[in-house]
Design a protein around this ligand. Sequence first.
Ligand SMILES: Cc1ncc(COP(=O)(O)O)c(C=O)c1O
Length: 441
Amino acid sequence: MSVDSRRVNDLESYWMPFTANRQFKAAPRMLVAAKGMHYTTHDGRTVLDGTAGLWCVNAGHGREPIVEAIRRQAGVMDFAPPFQVGHPQAFELASKVGDLLPGDLNRVFFTNSGSEAVDTALKIAIAYHRMRGEASRTRLIGRERGYHGVGFGGISVGGISPNRKHFGAMLPGVDHLPHTHDPMRNAFTRGQPEHGADKADALEAIIALHDPSTIAAVIVEPMAGSTGVLIPPRGYLERLRAICDRHGILLIFDEVITGFGRLGSAFATNLFGVVPDMVTMAKGLTNGAVPMGAVAVRQGIYDTFMDKSETPIELFHGYTYSAHPLACAAGMATLELYEREGLFARAAELSPAWEAMVHGLRNLPHVTDIRNLGLVAGIELEPRSGAPGARAFEAFTKAYEAGLLIRVTGDIIALSPPLIIETAQMDEIAETLISVLRSID
Ligand SMILES: Cc1ncc(COP(=O)(O)O)c(C=O)c1O
């Protein structure tokens, strides 16, 4: 195609993901550059990033050590096949990821996204039980309002109706725990809510229904991000862990959002002191700069495959771009940057100021709940009668026009800024939200 015939202003070809395409194409919001805490729009405006891109740019945008590592790696080796050959940075990054996790969560499988990490973890769970001679353990238990990406595994264990209803029967043998959101009892809680640990007991009922011998794994986000920042009640994750242990069921934490400092510690498992059998991650692993995901598994799971496999290849699973050299380079540079700047600790130190800022919005129009943990907050709005989501979407577009990027899900505003945010920028978020929420019906 000649340059002249390129349709540079044609917005039609690109089918945008999780986007109101028709609405967007009628009034586009284009980002053309990013640095530190800010995006630049196509018309030259600066937008404060209140969402770390999409929960991923934890060290802020365009960080030179990461950019340089990607540039350098592209010049040295662009690609290496991940099957039956390796490259040093993959091994180095796997060790470094394992070092961030508690206990023996130290064997790491690389993917290219959170969705692939989830599907990988679910497959490992089923194959693991089969390897150890319990092939009947194939059921997977997710949770209502869980988001685990968009693969068939992820939407099957996920608990978001619109993400499921268009896509047929999905995986068989899946059940769901109830979600833990309880605004009647927990509204305006700071940090972990008091009420709801007993919601974990529903797992006992599900196990009684299906029999433990049929269940491979339970997967939950330790803090549900995408459905509006649902923070685990005190004692809830501990109870899930105990029930899984009692019945020989693997527990998977999907830490695609909570990984890499978002809650003020490396992972949610470190913060809550509850250690799952597998952790899925992505996003902050490379600071969003190159797509990459991973699953960390407890060593005993890996060893089972090594000890019991009857074939030279122990796990028939992998991606062309598993441990892609550019992603590994970005990952190494990112983890070093987090460490050098102490960004996980910084998130913890900033969280009281963050908490005070978001709870200061309590008396604004439409606000029915505010919740927070680490550098995350959810602000729940009263839905407009007959138009769920419309009020928050208007808040999103108005905030964008006013120079602030927020994320909305249903009628919940989710905030998750880069961990380099300054307190003056927190105030800026508050000021913008005050004027936006006062200006909408
Ligand atoms: C908890 C969780 N799991 C999985 C995913 C899917 O990740 P990806 O969009 O990289 O496939 C996400 C994405 O937001 C997520 O929040």
